[in-house]
Design a protein around this ligand. Structure first.
Ligand code: SAH
Ligand code: SF4
Ligand code: F3S
Length: 440
């Protein structure tokens, strides 16, 4: 009997990619592969890649370059994910030692693709071009965290925002049946999970293929699964974000006090150029629903600075929007021209230094907003889910329902186990985290 086949997998990019990798790992193990922790030990090396911005894509090609040397030892290489779908067979030209290229919409076919490379085929592809109607569901998902896990509810994207590669890399939008989502949530709860995070590039456009539930009803149903204490969902799209989502959060205790609602720009003119299909006013209306909830719901967002044609006045509108909303967190990016996207044909008009200047200004302003927001927690008792310990600081690392980091100390000599929920009094605040003491 030969030695067992081994693989090494490295993941770049968003939560969808992280979760896809969990499914890929499960699939590989099911196919008789054992996971190893270094490229050196592995027969098969896989990269699950991201191409959302130029830097992310460059990182992948640099990494592939680094591993050219390993190829001589007779290993096989696979490129998965968004760069794989975007670049397709061009990857074989740029990195001839790669023998498998597959986008996420083709992972259902991984078992057969693995057999092909094992048989010595050196150019195996799983490329989709927005044809697939099916979702990738597997019962073999490998989850390393035993308390908190992802569940995909919708794959692909049909929004075609002018700057974004995702509709080209992840294929057509396709929703998973609510029964299937709920069955997975129940299975997870049965094996000890207390937190689930529902995933999709645009979870609000999820439509139950069985026609049974709306997205808000799905949220509520997952929140009512016995054993599930926290439900998160990401990402929401402002155009499809409906008021009943806020009502569900008010009514179902397990739904977390947090909405991530990417705005991208505070200027209606730029939003139109971005093809986001909402105005500043419509966005602020949704924010007003969220602020009107009985619970205090934390809000976070994504912003792009320096989109083609963004004037200083447009940018100023993004700053005034930050002030109006008072987000608890902002992921801000400099616009990066991407292949295939409509914005690629618009002149990338904002110079790099000006993009950097706007980004810094925005982050500085946001830091002050967050400092004030986080200060409001001083003296409050919040429930923290334990994530681990920071031995250097002698602190337990926890997370609140609002998704804020809450580090704390306890009177007990032994730290609480990961996955435990504890009440913690906040004793000090920072712009990005809270510090506290467990309440006896
Ligand atoms: N589906 C999510 C976002 C997915 S990508 C949504 O619609 O909000 C995550 C974030 O990356 C986006 O919200 C956007 O802020 C940023 N992003 C996407 N394409 C980009 C590009 N070409 N340049 C800079 N930032 C980009
Ligand atoms: Fe990209 Fe827009 Fe789809 Fe989000 S909604 S993934 S930004 S195209
Ligand atoms: Fe990157 Fe693809 Fe996610 S481009 S951000 S890995 S959807």
């Amino acid at each position: 009997m030969g030695a067992q086949k081994t693989f090494y997998l490295e993941t770049f990019g968003c939560q969808m990619n992280v979760h896809d990798s969990e499914k890929v790992i499960g699939t590989l193990e099911q196919q008789g592969y054992a996971r190893v922790e270094s490229e050196a030990e592995a027969d098969l090396i896989l990269y699950n890649t991201c191409s959302i911005r130029d830097k992310a894509e460059q990182k992948v090609f640099h990494r592939l370059n680094d591993y050219k040397a390993l190829y001589q030892k007779g290993k096989r290489f696979a490129v998965l994910g968004c760069v794989a779908q975007q670049e397709g067979e061009r990857i074989f030209e740029r990195a001839p030692f790669v023998s498998l290229v597959s986008g996420s919409a083709s992972y259902r076919r991984l078992p057969e693709m693995l057999v092909q490379i094992e048989q010595g085929d050196t150019r195996v592809t799983g490329l989709d071009d927005r044809q697939t109607e099916e979702t990738f569901e597997t019962e073999f998902t490998f989850r390393s965290n035993p308390h908190r896990g992802y569940i995909t509810i919708i794959e692909g994207c049909d929004k075609f925002c002018a700057y974004c590669v995702v509709p080209y890399t992840r294929g057509k939008e396709r929703s998973r049946r609510s029964e299937s989502v709920l069955a997975e949530a129940r299975r997870m709860a049965g094996s000890g999970y207390t937190e689930v995070q529902l995933l999709g590039q645009n979870v609000n456009s999820w439509r139950d293929p069985g026609g049974k539930r709306s997205f808000a009803e799905l949220l509520a149903a997952v929140g009512e699964v016995p054993g599930i204490r926290r439900v998160r969902f990401t990402t929401s799209h402002p155009r499809d974000f409906t008021r009943d989502i806020v009502e569900a959060i008010d009514e179902v205790p397990a739904l977390c006090d947090h909405v991530h609602l990417p705005v991208q720009s505070g200027s209606s003119r730029v939003l139109r150029l971005m093809q986001r299909e909402y105005t500043r006013e419509q966005y602020l209306e949704r924010i007003a629903w969220i602020k009107g909830a009985r619970r205090t719901i934390s809000m976070t967002t994504d912003i792009i600075v320096g989109f083609p044609g963004e004037t200083p006045e447009d940018f100023e509108q993004t700053i005034t929007l930050l002030e109006a909303v008072q987000y608890d967190g902002v992921f801000a990016f400099k616009y990066s021209p991407r292949p295939n996207t409509p914005a690629l044909s618009m002149p990338d008009s904002v110079p790099e230094e000006e993009k950097s200047r706007r980004l810094q200004l925005l982050l500085d302003r946001q830091r002050e907003i967050q400092r004030a927001n986080y200060e409001r927690h001083l003296g409050q008792i919040l429930e923290a889910m334990v994530e681990g310990v920071n031995p250097a600081r002698g602190q337990v690392v926890g997370r609140t329902s609002q998704n804020k980091t809450l580090n704390f100390t306890t009177a007990q000599p032994i730290a609480p186990a990961p996955g435990a929920y504890l009440p913690v009094r906040v004793t000090k605040t920072f712009p990005n985290s809270l510090l506290g003491e467990a309440v006896a």
